[in-house]
Design a protein around this ligand. Structure first.
Ligand code: ARG
Length: 469
């Protein structure tokens, strides 16, 4: 390609001021049709709302309005059937559709762009797209929560070690652990709902940047497109992309949650842990090692967080230095948003599938929960509440008992009470009632705690809060 090739003719949409066409490389760098064709549904909806409003305001004749709507029907079908021919020379989805409309209906097509610019057009299309994406992500997050809650109910009293620093800390239940993610995904839904609510204002009618001299009705187009109201400032309407940034930020945070549960699934499936098994549906084999069952879906869901963070950083960086209002830089807003939405959708579907698929291994969980003196806190708590020691002193005494038990290679509930009394004479036989891991679990009855009865109640509450609204 020669960078100076200007053999093309001037663009039909603004050719008046131009005598030559773009260099090939100009056309290539300028075109967004390869990706913004995903906005076609929204673009057609925006054009219909605009045309209807122009007719209602007497700016466009009823006849032309009808011709435009009929032409858009045909184009819509062509696009849905994959029969529409996209042209790079026509840059983007807006001009591809407008030119096709002209092929179909002739002169009235040229009247559709009255009182409109691609600047308010693309801002409208993109808001509508992000709004739809937020709705479909919400539905997927709901489904993931439903899967987690169902498994939590099933395993409300399944004992497993809870970790801090990935060291055994205190026993918890598997159900309680899964419900922790239900809360995180619930907040993610809240973030998408906030984003959706804030973005739901119409840029249409802002024109290129300053508004228009035509007597348009922005309330009408806003209502027709399901927006709550028109955006208040025409400059802001065409220049802002914070709705896309907010969507990306919510997506990135949701991906951290996906990534963490995926990481846990990878760890749980490993031979060292063996806490869960994934079926053949969610594992892959190795081309060399016949014994392998690799949790690739979890690994890829974990990895997709990385690209989504990149998407957020991409758009933050594109936007940060732009003077008001529109600059072509902003055409780069779409790919990161599409990529992030696609990545999250895929990772959510895979994670929901794995949550339904995984089979917990109670023996391995119990064996691991028994190691590492997970009831030491219960011993210290007993020294405080029954023997009356200050917590710091109880902590110290317990530490000595754990050290002694460890050196003999026995668990706390196997360590003779007489030997504990040698360390602190205030200890009585009653201490045995708190030293087993099952007892420790059952005693965590404080609000939000892991006692199986609490978890069963939390399942009911989670269902009400997240699934029945
Ligand atoms: N394809 C363009 C975009 O995505 C549409 C807006 C073009 N506006 C302009 N003034 N050249 O941003």
């Amino acid at each position: 390609m020669s960078p100076n090739d200007t053999s093309k003719s001037a663009n039909a949409q603004w050719g008046g001021r131009f005598s030559g066409g773009p260099a090939e490389v100009m056309e290539k760098i300028n075109a967004s049709i390869d990706f913004d064709q995903r906005l076609f549904t929204q673009d057609i909806a925006g054009s219909r709302a605009h045309a209807d409003m122009l007719v209602a305001q007497g700016i466009l004749s009823l006849k032309d309005g009808k011709a435009i709507n009929d032409g858009l029907d045909t184009i819509s079908r062509e696009l849905e059937d994959g029969k529409f021919e996209f042209s790079q020379a026509l840059e983007d989805i807006h001009m591809n559709i407008e030119v096709r409309l002209h092929d179909l209906i002739g002169e009235p097509a040229g009247r559709l762009h009255t009182a409109r610019s691609r600047n308010d057009q693309v801002a409208t299309d993109f808001r509508l797209w992000v709004r739809d994406a937020a709705d479909s992500i919400d539905a997927q997050l709901h489904d993931l929560q439903a899967a987690l809650i169902a498994r939590a109910e099933q395993h409300a009293d399944l004992l497993m070690p809870g970790f801090t620093h990935l060291q055994t800390a205190q026993p918890v239940t598997f159900g309680h652990h899964l419900l922790a993610y239900v809360e995180m995904f619930g907040r993610d839904r809240g973030r998408f709902a906030d984003c959706r609510q804030r973005l739901n204002e119409s840029p249409l009618g802002a024109g290129a940047l300053a508004g228009t001299s035509f007597p348009i009705d922005r309330q009408q187009t806003a209502a027709a497109l399901g927006f709550d109201r028109p955006m208040a400032n025409s400059l802001d309407a065409v220049a802002d992309r914070d709705f896309a940034l907010e969507f990306l930020a919510a997506t990135a945070i949701a991906m951290t949650h996906i990534s963490r549960i995926s990481e846990e699934i990878v760890i749980w499936c490993s031979d060292g842990f063996g806490f869960v098994r994934l079926s053949d549906a969610y594992t892959t084999g190795s081309s060399m090692m016949p014994q392998k069952r690799n949790p690739d879906a979890a690994e890829l869901s974990r990895a997709k967080a990385g690209r989504v963070f990149g998407d957020l950083l991409t758009l933050l960086t594109v936007m940060k230095g732009l003077p008001l209002t529109y600059s072509k830089d902003m055409q780069e807003d779409k790919e990161p948003v599409f990529d992030a939405a696609d990545s999250l959708a895929l990772a959510l579907a895979a994670t929901t599938g794995m949550v339904g698929d995984l089979e917990p291994m109670p023996d391995a969980m119990r064996a691991a929960a028994t190691k590492g003196y997970p009831t030491a806190t219960d011993l210290a708590d007993w020294l405080v509440s029954v023997a009356g020691l200050p917590f710091r002193e109880a902590h110290h005494v317990t530490g000595e008992i754990v050290k002694a038990a460890e050196s003999r290679g026995v668990l706390l509930d196997q360590f003779p009470v007489a030997d504990m009394q040698a360390i602190d004479e205030r200890i009585t036989e009653d201490v045995l009632s708190v030293l087993s891991i099952d007892a420790a679990l059952a005693r965590r009855t404080s609000e939000g705690g892991t006692a199986p009865d609490n978890v069963r109640a939390a399942v009911v509450a989670a269902r009400q809060r997240f699934l029945e609204t």
